[in-house]
Ligand binder design. Structure first.
Ligand SMILES: C[S@@+](CC[C@H](N)C(=O)[O-])C[C@H]1O[C@@H](n2cnc3c(N)ncnc32)[C@H](O)[C@@H]1O
Length: 242
């Protein structure tokens, strides 16, 4: 009888081990973003291939982003980690000197831009209407050590963007969805030829149709849509544009 019980236990243990090995997810490598299970903004790609820091400054910035990813997402409507990485990559690739962001929130996407702007010697001008989120953004810019390259403009961006006079290399729109078309019309003339206009959450159906039509039918623009994340439109203002 005892032999039978021991045999059943052994079979159960072996079966459990086989099931676990078949269903286990690949573990992320290294520390920081990859060291533990990812925050809510982290998709499978970033869990397997987390961002890696080139030096101590970048390590510090990535650790602030990691903390925000884990602890500040609630109520702040941040871009997913994967989209943040794309913002940084595009910004650094075009050698942007001036990024304009509509929709600062707590500064999460802004800090991704700053990772690129530190390398290009550029600066970020970011706009928000909500003082609570902006106060948090100021703290986050400071602890990431990027506050010296950020100007945070408070107020309704439909009004405040009228004060922008300098050329824009990258325009990122991530605020009131029906307002995207107005931001585009006001700021497109300032985007330099070869510059980018990035729109977040452009998969939000009917509220975005006028914006989507504008970026896909103007022959001065070339637009693609990034399928992952929450819908990122990537628009190039052609160098030959009038
Ligand atoms: C989706 S959140 C931005 C998230 C941020 N880009 C990030 O990923 O960390 C949108 C922000 O736009 C701001 N906003 C909405 N309407 C605005 C307006 N008319 N002018 C300025 N900011 C506005 C909101 O207060 C909110 O903080």
């Amino acid at each position: 009888m005892l032999k039978k019980i021991l045999l059943v236990i052994a079979v159960v243990v072996v079966l459990a081990a086989v099931v676990e090995s078949l269903t286990a997810q690949p573990r992320p490598r290294g520390g920081g973003f990859g060291g533990r299970r990812g925050g809510r903004g982290m998709d499978a790609t970033s869990q397997q291939n987390p961002p890696t820091a080139v030096n101590e400054e970048e390590k510090k910035i990535l650790s602030v982003l990691d903390d925000m990813d884990r602890n500040q997402r609630s109520g702040n409507m941040n871009v997913p980690l994967e989209d943040g990485r794309i913002l940084r990559l595009l910004t650094e690739a075009v050698g942007a000197k001036h990024v304009v962001e509509i929709g600062t929130s707590n500064g999460y996407s802004g800090i991704w831009f700053c990772l690129a702007l530190r390398a290009t010697g550029g600066k970020l001008t970011t706009h928000d209407i909500d003082e609570g989120r902006a106060a948090l953004a100021r703290k986050n810019f400071k602890r990431a050590g990027v506050d010296n390259i950020v100007t945070l403009v408070m107020g309704d961006a439909h009004e405040t963007v009228k004060n922008i006079k300098e050329p824009i290399d990258v325009l990122f729109i991530d605020a009131d969805k029906p307002g995207y078309i107005d931001y585009l019309q006001k700021l497109l003339p300032l985007v330099r030829p070869g510059g980018l206009i990035l729109g977040h959450n452009v998969n939000m159906g009917s509220r975005m149709q006028d914006y989507i039509k504008a970026i896909t039918t103007d022959s001065n623009l070339e637009t693609v849509f990034q399928g992952q994340g929450q819908g990122l439109s990537i628009t190039l203002k052609k160098r030959l544009s009038e």
